[in-house]
Ligand binder design. Structure first.
Ligand code: SAM
Length: 218
């Protein structure tokens, strides 16, 4: 088995709460926590759209799209069509809501309920995989399947290990029956090379950073 179905179950029940991180709708204490410990989420968002240039007229695949903040931004920047894939139906319901509010019509996007790589996807110019590799047991099978789905560039985040935060994170997710996986610069490079990607650019997100932000050419 290459995927843990528990990530889907966990994110399905956590969808509303997760979405509030982006919209800063949380109480002042949680906003402080997010600013201090989740700044990676905002930095990887900025780095992603820096890498995906130009977006006008391009097609985008968002694997593990969650509540769809990247999908909405891709449309804002001129993307022609976006496919969002996520196993959590409650996340996809939030994407629909977000896109309707942004005035994006249903003909411009497709939302697929499922896990990658088990769920087949078509060819897109770009792929976005943010905050997902944390929950993928077989990263090699995942990246091998991603490559033929991308024509121009894929951007993927990988969580790194931190001597203090990682044991806590592992423990928290163990309680939720949702295993998490961690990577190093060397293991990411090896994985990406072995799965046939080229022009591998790895950036470690600074500060509270637990993430590597990686861009890959198929
Ligand atoms: C931390 S959230 C990130 C959501 C979004 N990409 C973002 O950055 O805001 C992780 C998402 O990945 C989804 N997910 C986990 N494993 C997956 C897999 N194997 N294939 C597709 N989606 C997956 C979860 O359901 C969840 O919505």
């Amino acid at each position: 088995m290459s995927q843990e179905p528990n990530a889907a179950t966990f994110f399905n029940s956590f969808a509303e709460a997760f979405d509030t991180i982006y919209d800063q709708k949380r109480n002042p204490f949680m906003r402080w926590v997010d600013g201090k410990f989740r700044s990676d989420m905002f930095l990887r968002y900025a780095l992603t759209f820096e890498a995906l240039e130009p977006l006008t007229g391009r097609t985008v695949l968002d694997v593990g799209c969650g509540s769809g903040p990247y999908i909405a931004e891709a449309f804002k920047r001129g993307a022609e069509r976006v496919t969002g894939l996520d196993p959590a139906p409650n996340m996809l319901a939030l994407v629909r809501q977000r896109l309707a509010q942004a005035g994006v019509t249903e003909r411009q996007y497709e939302l697929v309920t499922g896990l990658f790589p088990e769920t087949p996807v078509g060819l897109h110019d770009y792929a976005i995989v943010m905050g997902v590799m944390d929950y993928v047991e077989d990263a090699s099978a995942f990246l091998k399947a991603l490559r033929p789905a991308v024509q121009r560039l894929a951007v993927v985040s990988f969580p790194s290990t931190h001597w203090f935060r990682t044991p806590f994170r592992k423990f928290r997710y163990q309680l939720r029956h949702c295993p998490v996986y961690f990577y190093t610069d060397t293991s990411i490079r090896k994985l990406c090379e072995q799965t046939g990607f080229s022009d591998i650019r790895i950036q470690k997100i600074p500060g509270a950073g637990m993430d590597f932000h990686v861009s890959l050419r198929p």
